[in-house]
Design a protein around this ligand. Structure first.
Ligand code: NAP
Length: 275
């Protein structure tokens, strides 16, 4: 139990490897959780340049680091460097979380599960829903697989490069398909998994006008919180879910795997800049 908030001789270490990584919100989110749980743990940002994953994992083993988050550009390299992968990490060929299991390092991917958790936390259950996912990159692939796993009736991937869309859609198995913006008219859930609308980019990922009135619009982009897509959807009176929830819930799954404790999601949301 950490009483003072200062690291002690007993402090356990966790962190995030990435390049760049100093901007990451993960230290604030994880450390807030440790404080809320009274855990004598510390989570730090560890800049690891491209090509450095093998050495970083050797360091994790030798230093006894308890858990590592993995962010860009290391997710694929980490999947190849760990001793074993979970089913999600193996299917996605991407690892965003590494836990120690004795001497073995086990890679997991909590992005998709965290995304579905963030929907469920808002009372949106993907079970039986017709979903349209914009984008076919790492985040989209994780979301496509997780939506299918959560019982989505269909998962249509819309992407500017159709080859990548087909690869992503395959992750949804029988309910996956490649489509175009025409799919919006029959969608119950629209997910933006492209960077369109991020930061100073004012572009609308897609015009939500064709969506049915009951559709839910979700954006993985969380900076700004009210993205152009979410603003356009709200202006139409559609229900929206922002990307901060996914950021927090993918971290919550990591924390639970590493510490064995139930994640204090509210404290993590507050630290992430959510409510
Ligand atoms: P990524 O692997 O680079 O993939 C980006 C995807 O967006 C690709 O499919 C790409 O299309 C498409 N795209 C990029 N620019 C585009 C444009 N101008 N017009 C149309 N399509 C475009 O990125 P990622 O890691 O999947 O991340 C995607 C977004 O999700 C980012 O904004 C990221 O911040 C966000 N994200 C959020 C969370 C969270 O926790 N909330 C987690 C992960 C990611 P092509 O395949 O055709 O190149």
């Amino acid at each position: 139990m950490r009483l003072t908030g200062e690291p002690t001789g007993e402090t356990r270490l966790a962190g995030v490897i990435g390049w760049p990584v100093r901007h990451s919100r993960s230290p604030a989110i994880h450390n807030a959780a440790y404080r809320a749980l009274g855990l004598d743990w510390l989570y730090v940002a560890l800049p690891v340049p491209p090509g450095g994953v093998h050495d970083a994992l050797a360091g994790m083993r030798s230093l006894g680091i308890e858990g590592l988050s993995v962010t860009m550009p290391h997710k694929a390299a980490a999947a190849a460097a760990v001793d074993a992968c979970t089913a999600d990490a193996a299917a996605l060929r991407a690892v965003n979380s590494i836990r120690r299991d004795g001497d073995r390092l086990v890679g997991d991917n909590t992005d998709g599960g965290g995304y579905v958790d963030s929907l469920l936390a808002e009372g949106v259950d993907p079970d039986g829903r017709r979903c349209v996912v914009l984008g076919a990159g790492g985040a989209a692939r994780a979301v496509v697989r997780a939506l299918a796993g959560a019982g989505a009736a269909s998962v249509v991937v819309v992407n500017r490069h159709p080859g990548r869309a087909a690869e992503a859609a395959a992750l949804a198995g029988a309910v996956g398909a490649v489509g175009d913006e025409g799919a919006l008219a029959g969608a119950d859930l629209l997910v933006n998994a492209t960077p369109l609308g991020m930061g100073d980019d004012a572009s609308l990922a897609v015009d939500p006008a064709p969506l049915p009135a009951h559709a839910v619009v979700s954006d993985l982009v969380y900076h700004p919180r009210n993205t152009p897509l979410l603003a356009a959807a709200e202006a139409r009176g559609l229900r929206t879910v922002g990307g901060i929830g996914m950021l927090v819930h993918q971290a919550a799954r990591q924390l639970e795997a590493w510490t064995g404790r139930v994640a204090p999601v509210e404290a993590m949301l507050a630290a992430a800049g959510g409510e």
